[in-house]
Design a protein around this ligand. Structure first.
Ligand code: SAH
Length: 503
């Protein structure tokens, strides 16, 4: 078999948006993804569903795999003819052992390409309000390892030259050695008053920044743990004016999104844009109905309907995909009016270049019923409602009570999601999460089922739970989950607004 190819990809410093377009394409297409500790796990949600995902991270001294083992693993997978994405924090060639891995691939005749990433020494100060070069202050900037063994007799670092010869100095892996680094710099002529900053988990919502001078930075940063970048130089003073990221509305907040994997990204992106860290914890999977026949029979009679009512984006997708699979298209809808429960569902329909004839003012089934009451007599009118298997019976019941003929068909099924990363429970208990969001009753139900009823009190004690609207809130109450944030407008933007207001 021909050897596959290896892409050595820089995942950027942490903010998932700071990945290159080329890097994202690699992640989306690779057969095997091998990633490290510093890679933001949210990027892993971009992998193909059938991709093999392997974590080989090193956290402090804890190595999941030694470097030699990692090299061998990459080669072994490539020899199976696969496309390997070796995903590393920041840039693969900046203190990332990427060079060693590339040489090993070369020795083994495995083709490789490098996709550079934004390295921590550039991105992290930028997110802390510090430009690494600035005309008035410095024209030089160095990237230095802070990991050197201080007891080593001959340093690879020429401390005398870097201390006095370079303006901005950045140190990777230098947290433990900070006292040593500072001593070397000051012993070699750098002024004690030189500004310095230590930035931990830069570009992530949990970014922490400590600012001082070479005289006091060791003391000030004594509680900062790895991973952190140390930056030394006059440019640090610009932070007073240029600090933008840490001022974002949801900066420092970690928010769990429980929607299905396919639906999460829009919501997550909104939260990330506001500075939040998002943990996607899908509780729902959307799957095909057990039996297509009822829907197929209705699609045959599509034109007989007066109204087609959609109560979710998933319903729109499932229904129109099926129409197309059956060799039909939107021309078969001639004369049928369309109702959508809310703006997201409406948008999905208008994206198909179909007009929405009715959207209720409140985005719940109750409000749809009110609208039809206003529209006049519906006696004898035919309604088709392609919905989830577990949708509430309220809508068809009410329309029937008003004399409508309702064909309520299962367009898709929602099932409880797998696989489950139960570390979420520990994170909740440790106070690492601020908000858990619920965007439908089934997200709450499945969440409780996945974490276990016994952990509901830990949720109530440690995090705020946010609900998209009253129906979801009621379900949460029934399950003992306290809702402290409820959207005024029952949409994702409405939920985001409610979270901002409450935090
Ligand atoms: N290849 C990576 C660096 C790997 S060495 C890159 O180009 O960024 C690991 C060190 O990088 C950490 O000890 C820390 O000093 C730094 N680092 C990486 N990501 C960081 C982040 N988000 N915030 C602060 N420091 C980070």
């Amino acid at each position: 078999m021909d050897n596959g190819i290896v892409y050595l990809v820089g995942a950027g410093p942490g903010d998932p948006g700071l990945l290159t377009v080329k890097g994202l394409e690699c992640i989306r297409t690779g057969d095997v993804i091998i990633y490290d500790f510093l890679v933001n796990i949210s990027l892993i949600s971009e992998v193909r569903k059938d991709a093999e995902v392997l974590y080989v991270g090193k956290q402090g001294g804890d190595h999941t795999l030694e470097q030699g083992e990692i090299n061998k693993l990459i080669v072994k997978k490539a020899q199976e003819g696969k496309t390997i994405v070796r995903l590393k924090g920041g840039d693969p060639y900046v203190f990332g052992r990427g060079g060693e891995e590339a040489l090993f691939l070369l020795e083994n005749n495995i083709p490789f390409e490098v996709v550079p990433g934004i390295t921590a020494a550039i991105a992290t100060p930028a997110y802390a309000g510090i430009p690494v070069t600035f005309r008035r202050y410095t024209s030089t900037f160095a990237l230095i390892t802070g990991h050197e063994d201080p007891t080593k007799p001959d340093s690879d670092i020429d401390w005398a030259k870097i201390s006095s010869g370079i303006g901005t100095l950045t140190f990777y892996m230098g947290v433990k050695n900070l006292p040593f680094i500072v001593k070397q710099l000051t012993d070699n002529g750098r002024a004690k008053e030189t500004p310095a900053a230590v930035i931990r988990w830069g570009t992530r919502s949990k970014q922490e920044t400590v600012v001082g001078t070479l005289e006091n930075i060791v003391e000030k940063a004594k509680n900062i743990k790895a991973p952190a970048i140390t930056i030394v130089g006059e440019v640090v003073t610009l932070r007073d004016k240029l600090n933008w990221f840490e001022k974002k509305q949801l900066f420092g907040k970690t928010i769990v999104v429980t929607r299905s994997r396919d639906q999460a990204s829009d919501f997550s992106q909104k939260l990330v844009k506001l500075g939040a860290e998002v943990i996607e914890f899908p509780t729902i999977d959307i799957v095909e109905p057990d039996d297509f026949k009822p829907m197929d029979d209705e699609i045959e009679k599509l034109g007989e309907n007066d109204w087609l009512i959609f109560t979710s984006v998933n319903g729109v997708d499932a229904f129109f995909n099926r129409i197309f699979d059956l060799g039909k298209d939107i021309r078969d809808l001639k004369g049928v009016q369309i109702c959508a429960i809310g703006p997201a569902t409406s948008k999905r329909i208008t994206d198909l270049h179909l007009r929405v004839d009715c959207q209720p003012p409140k985005y719940v089934a109750e409000s749809i019923v009110e609208e039809f009451k206003k529209l006049g007599d519906i006696k004898g009118k035919r309604f088709l409602t392609p919905r989830a298997d577990i949708a509430r019976s309220y809508l068809p019941d009410q329309l029937r009570a008003m004399g409508g003929e309702v064909f309520d068909i299962v367009a898709y099924k929602t099932v409880i999601a797998e696989p489950r990363d139960l570390k979420i429970v520990d994170k909740i208990k440790n106070g690492e999460i601020n908000v858990v969001t619920f965007t439908s009753s089934s997200t709450v139900r499945n969440f409780v089922e996945i974490i276990g009823k016994e952990n509901v009190s830990a949720v109530n004690d440690n995090v705020k739970c946010a609900s998209i609207g009253p129906i979801t809130t009621d379900t949460a109450k029934e399950l003992g989950v306290n809702i402290s944030i409820e959207a005024d407008e029952y949409t994702i933007p409405g939920l985001v607004d409610a979270v901002i207001k409450t935090l």
